[in-house]
Ligand binder design. Sequence first.
Ligand code: NDP
Length: 331
Amino acid sequence: MPEPSSAPVHVTVTGAAGQVAYATLFRIAAGEMLGPDTPVVLRLLEVEPAMDALEGVAMELQDGAFPLLADVVTTSSAETAFEGTSWALLLGASPRTAGMERGDLLTANAGLFAPQGRAIAAGAAADVRVLVVGNPCNTNCLIAASHAPDVPRDRWFAMTRLDENRAKAQLAHRAGVSVAQVTNTAIWGNHSATQYPDAAHALIGGRPAPEVIADDAWLDGEFVSVVQQRGAAIVAARGKSSAGSAASGVIDSVRSIAEGTPEGDWTSLGVISGGEYGVPEGLVFSYPVESDGRGWKVAEGLKHDAAAQRRLDATIEELVKEREGVADLLK
Ligand code: NDP
């Protein structure tokens, strides 16, 4: 294999000893995220009690003998982790413990994401892009971004691509076609049970999904609930979170942002809303996003019927409440 020629790109992963990170890091090191010609330096952040486990992960990365892996930095300092980074993948988050209300969870995470936002602003590379996976990812992203006002607003993303992939797979399965036939599947709103997986605009083999599937009851009922509840179903079956498919969502999200989305298609991403589709400005809201690899825009001109609008209103309302719950923690 020829020696990679370009300078390594620094990629930060937080929660790097966690399950999702374990399923993501080896794929990054193998070049699946930034391509076969881009060497990477992995900058791995963990909390102090997880540092021993993180050293084990670093040893395994070394043992993979990945030609593209230029270096691995392990640290419990956010400043060190984000120094010079071009991709900040924020996987670590404080888990919800028994008896914890959603508000408590938001506050606990604000304590993590505010300093991480400040460290990104202080030390990241000029081209940094940030993908928040740790939940509640939309509002965690909002908090981090609010503490990094000098980092442009279009660099902040929250992950809803796994939800999109789940929706796409359900549509393909129902229609009896390959997932490659399914395009234009959008997830709107919060990465939570209020999200709106939109089959109305999806295409199967270039034809509207509702026409191909011809079962509105399934599209409005089981399809939506399967996508919304899929994470819980996997935990029930596996006893662990859906870390493998979440890792795929991370890789797919970065590739869509960096390489662009196919002509006429889009990817779902939580982004800082500019008010598109009646969403209050500044909320981190998942939209269908078209990227050309240099920049992105929210897909325009999509129409929602009354039922879809009710779903959008519900997820907007939840995100507004989340934002109100952390108002004191935003800058
Ligand atoms: P996971 O790696 O399984 O999950 C990490 C985050 O990803 C959680 O918020 C989780 O949300 C979310 N997530 C998991 N699966 C999915 C999915 N399918 N779709 C979308 N989001 C998903 O958790 P672990 O407990 O294994 O690892 C977390 C790590 O983070 C720990 O090692 C901990 O030490 C670390 N941590 C690091 C911090 C730091 O680097 N500063 C700060 C805080 C924690 P959900 O809870 O909803 O599953």
